[in-house]
Design a protein around this ligand. Structure first.
Ligand SMILES: NC(=O)C1=CN([C@@H]2O[C@H](COP(=O)(O)OP(=O)(O)OC[C@H]3O[C@@H](n4cnc5c(N)ncnc54)[C@H](OP(=O)(O)O)[C@@H]3O)[C@@H](O)[C@H]2O)C=CC1
Ligand SMILES: O=C(O)C1=N[C@H](C(=O)O)C[C@H](O)C1
Length: 244
């Protein structure tokens, strides 16, 4: 257990999220920013700075290697970067021990609630489509949040209910877990998602909007402070918010 002020490093520090995380860590009196690194920097600086925890908001191509490196080096990892597959997560889980990891596709409390509510509604209204909208510089589609929402909806569906799958028409978005996901990319947007359920003569829409990247910061700081005492790999901020 850490017996000093928690020392935090940030990977992707010059990016949209990384820069916001650096500001949030600097402003929090319980944690200390000891390294702010971007694409051209050596990860060794994380060790040299004595970081206890490293936050990764980099790129889907680098997050796997970064996180494996951190865990092998004994540095707890808080990962917000998208792109980790289930296989990747299994491999990272096997590397925990010297250090722990928290991976969350979305650190905004409202988005976590949107996903949890969607899981619950799916048991009653299994017909659903997802519309996710993001800024036009986002490199991945569908978003990590949409993929996670689809997975939770699939978990929440009652097996007994037979949902007719999408009809395969090309304008039905990318199908994941049998759920069509529509991705919108436009300047002016930050991160937005609608989960639209349909039933007999009715619809139910759950919508979340991140209108500023500060929306993610309470969740990131919670994960930074919790990761040293959460053994192994934790996937999803909901476990830090709701599990006892
Ligand atoms: N979980 C959550 O709540 C959220 C997750 N995200 C996710 O976070 C990720 C980053 O998003 P965003 O901040 O908008 O992206 P940006 O492109 O703005 O920032 C990423 C930064 O990381 C740098 N980088 C790339 N590879 C490395 C590396 N190997 N080591 C260190 N730095 C590196 C990039 O440098 P360069 O430009 O030179 O490549 C860039 O400065 C995305 O996957 C996004 O989906 C975003 C918001 C919330
Ligand atoms: O790239 C982003 O901006 C975001 N990425 C995450 C995702 O892919 O779900 C989280 C949030 O939607 C913002």
């Amino acid at each position: 257990m850490v017996d000093h002020m928690l020392r935090v490093a940030v990977l992707g520090a010059l990016g949209r999220m990384g820069a916001t995380v650096c500001d949030a860590v600097r402003e929090d009196p319980e944690v200390e920013l000891v390294a702010a690194l971007d694409a051209d920097d050596s990860r060794e600086a994380i060790i040299d700075a004595g970081a206890d925890v490293c936050v990764d908001f980099t790129h889907p191509d680098s997050v796997r290697t970064n996180t494996a490196w951190l865990l092998k080096a004994g540095v707890h990892a808080v990962v917000g970067t998208t792109g980790l597959t289930d296989d990747d997560l299994d491999q990272l889980r096997a590397l925990t021990g010297p250090a722990n990891a928290v991976v969350a596709p979305n650190f905004a409390i409202g988005a976590v609630l949107m996903m949890e509510l969607s899981r619950q509604v799916a048991a009653h209204m299994p017909h659903v489509e997802i519309i996710e909208s993001h800024h036009d510089r986002k490199v991945d589609a569908p978003s990590g949040t949409a993929l996670r929402t689809a997975k939770l909806i699939a978990e929440g569906r009652q097996q007994a209910i037979d949902v007719p799958g999408p009809d395969g028409h090309p304008a039905r978005g990318q199908v994941t877990e049998d759920i069509p996901v529509h991705s919108v990319r436009l300047p002016g947007l930050v991160a937005h998602q609608e989960v639209v359920f349909g039933g007999l003569g009715q619809t139910l829409t759950i919508r979340h909007d991140s209108i500023d990247r500060t929306s993610f910061m309470p969740g990131v700081l919670l994960a930074v402070k919790e990761v040293p005492r959460r053994p192994g790999l934790t996937v999803g901020l909901e476990h830090l918010l709701f599990d006892s």
